[in-house]
Design a binder for this molecule. Structure first.
Ligand code: SAM
Length: 296
């Protein structure tokens, strides 16, 4: 059980250190030990796990993690939290806090420089667990996924709508470029929904805990990953249009007749909307496009 996660304890800490939460850093601190417990259970922690936490804040989740794993590396942007974290976590010798912007952190490098253990396919991996700041959830997750860091499991608290977008299936209103990207790299699973009242200060939105299990191999074969993601973005940029009209207006370099022929050749009806496309449909079309570009 977390020692720090209760409204009275958090209020006392904030008062004691005269700390004023900063909206610009998305500082909504957890004050509910049950939610911490749910995050911990979802992370399937083992005693020899290495864990990276983004945004330890007052150290509420950090402490709960440190009680269960070998080592926690916590990356926090706000240096003003340093005295609080030092005070709250002083009895733990398996927590290292780094003060930097997690958007710029090379997490594999961080683990490598701290442990001297080689990372790579088949080598040691680690887990990423966090109550993420809302204002940069998507860029942070894209930073983590696109860089293909050697993270085996991600368990994060995010805005409820973002969790729904990440796990949405084709044809659903929440399905979009984020769903495709997250589902290409991981298998997402919403663990629980979390009411806004468990945070201090109370945010304007509800949250959800989502678990992203990193795929060992991609779900589709791609000739060119970058081209696949450009195509997905172009399709969802004009999500209410047919795939033909959405792609015709994109900067992928084909005219309408060429797109029409290419989409049909792929076995797809050009009148369909991109929002109905499965990852496999996007992959098929991206591979046809790659072939077209490299043979013409
Ligand atoms: N883990 C704490 C908890 O659950 O109470 C705090 C969570 S709070 C929603 C988000 C935390 O992320 C804050 O401590 C904030 O200062 C930190 N943060 C915001 N932007 C960050 C960034 N770019 N890099 C690292 N930490 C960041």
């Amino acid at each position: 059980m977390s020692e720090l996660a209760s409204p009275s304890k958090v209020i006392n800490i904030l008062k004691q250190f005269n700390f004023h939460t900063r909206k610009k850093f998305g500082q909504n601190f957890l004050v509910d030990a049950n939610i911490i417990q749910k995050i911990i259970s979802a992370a399937e922690l083992k005693q020899d796990d290495l864990v990276v936490e983004i945004g330890p804040g007052l150290g509420v989740l950090t402490e709960a993690l440190a009680n269960r794993v070998k080592q926690v590396y916590a990356v926090e942007i706000d240096r003003d939290l340093e005295p609080i974290l030092e005070h709250n976590l002083k009895q733990y010798n398996n927590i290292k806090v780094l003060f930097e912007d997690a958007l710029k952190t090379d997490f594999d490098n961080l683990i490598l420089s701290e442990t001297n253990e080689e990372l790579g396919p088949g080598d040691k991996s680690y887990k990423l667990i966090a109550n993420l700041p809302y204002y940069i959830t998507t860029p942070l997750l894209m930073h983590i996924l696109e860089n293909k860091f050697n993270i085996e499991l991600i368990v994060v608290m995010v805005q409820k709508e973002v969790a729904e977008r990440m796990s949405a299936l084709p044809g659903k209103k929440d399905y979009g470029a984020l769903s495709v990207a997250v589902q290409y790299y991981t298998s997402p699973e919403i663990v629980c929904r979390v009411p806004r009242k468990v945070f201090m200060p109370v945010p304007e939105v509800d949250s959800a805990v989502i678990r992203l299990r990193k795929r060992k191999t991609p779900p589709v074969n791609l000739e060119n990953e970058l081209l696949f993601f450009r195509l997905v973005k172009a399709a969802f940029n004009k999500r209410r249009k047919t795939i033909l009209n959405a792609l015709e207006g994109s900067n992928l370099g084909l005219n309408k007749e060429e797109w029409d022929a290419l989409i049909k050749k792929t076995g797809i009806d050009p009148r369909r909307r991109g929002e109905t496309f499965s990852i496999q449909d996007f992959a098929n079309l991206a591979n046809s496009l790659w072939e077209f570009q490299n043979n013409s």
